[in-house]
Design a protein around this ligand. Sequence first.
Ligand SMILES: Cc1cc2nc3c(=O)[nH]c(=O)nc-3n(C[C@H](O)[C@H](O)[C@H](O)COP(=O)(O)OP(=O)(O)OC[C@H]3O[C@@H](n4cnc5c(N)ncnc54)[C@H](O)[C@@H]3O)c2cc1C
Length: 210
Amino acid sequence: MLARSLIIATGMKRRKLGIPGEERLQRKGVSHSSVQDIALFKGLDVVVIGGGNSGIQTANDLNRMGCKVTLASKGKLIGDRTDIDELKKSDKIEILEGYDVLEIQGKEKVEGIVIQSQDIQTKRQILCRGVFIQIGLLPNTEFCDDLVGLNEKGEIIINPDCSTNIEGIFACGDVTNCFGKRIVIASGEGAKACLSVKKYLLQKEASHAK
Ligand SMILES: Cc1cc2nc3c(=O)[nH]c(=O)nc-3n(C[C@H](O)[C@H](O)[C@H](O)COP(=O)(O)OP(=O)(O)OC[C@H]3O[C@@H](n4cnc5c(N)ncnc54)[C@H](O)[C@@H]3O)c2cc1C
């Protein structure tokens, strides 16, 4: 199919750990989506992986659901102060900073995880029924990474009018380097990209007519 212009609006996908058990036990105790799955783990022992806002909020949500929660993070917790305070107040949440996850274990469903401290001094098995992986998002740009300019995070670099470094290609929403990954912002950027394409095509038409 031929097109005179293109808007890329492919959003982001959840980052994965790439460790044994992660794919095999997906939807058998492994979750990358706290919003969808949290209710399924009411009252169970769970591990949340990731010490950013998403991980911290997920740990607090699970704690409110009566779960015994372990939060394992590569580095120090980075998140909103109020969420971190809530987390630290609970005696049912264990916080493990400076740990890598090596493996998610289980035959038919999740039975535990193995973690290792980053100084390689401590290796621990934690028995659990659920593992929530909350380690961030990646822009869906694999299909266009040799086409348009990307920043170091893999986001498409756009100008204020949503144009890219390639004439006729525009981009909008979470896949771009625009500030604020929110629905209202992505929608606005989408409208802006459409206006820019219209302007671009009209200018093209006018220049051909001359
Ligand atoms: C768990 C979670 C909770 C959130 N909660 C909120 C919230 O409460 N409030 C808020 O404002 N924002 C929230 N957000 C952020 C919000 O969802 C995004 O900012 C918004 O959806 C971005 O819109 P988008 O159109 O850029 O991308 P998306 O909504 O991600 O849409 C991208 C689309 O492109 C498709 N796609 C991907 N790759 C390709 C390809 N190669 N070819 C064709 N199609 C492709 C995808 O399947 C998808 O349909 C949340 C995000 C997550 C992950």
